[in-house]
Each structure stands twice: as structure tokens, then as C-alpha cells.
Design a protein around this ligand. Sequence first.
Ligand SMILES: [Zn+2]
Length: 172
Amino acid sequence: MATPIQENLVGSNNAYATNFTQGDLALPPAKKYAVVTCMDARIDPAAAFGINLGDAHVIRNAGAVASDALRSLVISQQLLGTTEILLVKHTGCGMLTFEETDAANMVRQNLGDEGIKAIADGFAGKFLPFPDVEAAVKSDVEWLKQNKAIPEGTKISGWVYEVETGKVKSVQ
Ligand SMILES: [Zn+2]
């Protein structure tokens, strides 16, 4: 039996597909850029950042962590031709609310030793929280600029999106 979430998917998609007219877009992003942003449910990248369908890659993870996005960024650049990166973290991020040991303890408590082993295998057990959004934007931008998997000359900028106002501001 379908869950309410699944029913929402099917119902909303039926309406969307009925009016869909953009089935002929090219695979590579037309505007040749990638956005790294957080998975936070309060961020609508397309609307808030002016991204039309087919324009850009949007790579999302917990905290808009650059190292977590690296695999997708390399694919975006090397295989699909993007040449600019916008890194957008945000106010009120969940990644500001815990430390490594808190997350590891939750996993141990809820999932046991097998859970601990699985996160070690999956992502070295590193949740990568940060205590300061602007500082984290700066260090992630710097990390990308220094990274040899990102070509020199890539335009990389850092931003903070305010979930309270909908405004984005430049950090670096
Ligand atoms: Zn976040």
C-alpha cells in the first residue's frame, strides 16, 4: 500500500508531467556551473538562487560540505563541462548543533556496533559538523581552491543563505 508520501509523489508528478514541456534539454548544464548547498528542507535552490531547469548541477548534502561533494563536482566538471562553483551554506544549519561524538553516540545507541562499523566503511565515520557557518564557507572554498581535482581557473565563490529572510550574502 502506498504511503501518503508516495501518494503525494504520484499525484504531484501527474500534474507536473501533464504540463511538462522541457524534455529536450541537453545533459550538460547550459550555464556551466555547479551549486553545492545543504540538504536543509527550507532551501529551494531553484527558486532562491535563480536556477532554471537545465542550467546547473545542484549538489546537496548535510551542511554543503565540499569534501562530501567532491565526487559529484569532479563528474560535473570533467564529464559535463561545468567551470564555476557556488558553495552556499546557510544560517540555522543542523551541522551547527552537534559534534562528532554526539553523532557517533547516537549511531552506537540506535544501531549498535554494526552501525558504527557501517559508518566507518561508508564515510570514515566522519559527520563533519562545524561551529561557525561563515568560517566553514571560507575553509571549504579554500579547500576547493587548493584541491588538485578541481582545475585551476575554476571560479569558486562562497555564500550564506539566510533561512530567516530568504536572502543570500557573499562570504568570499
Ligand atoms: Zn544545513
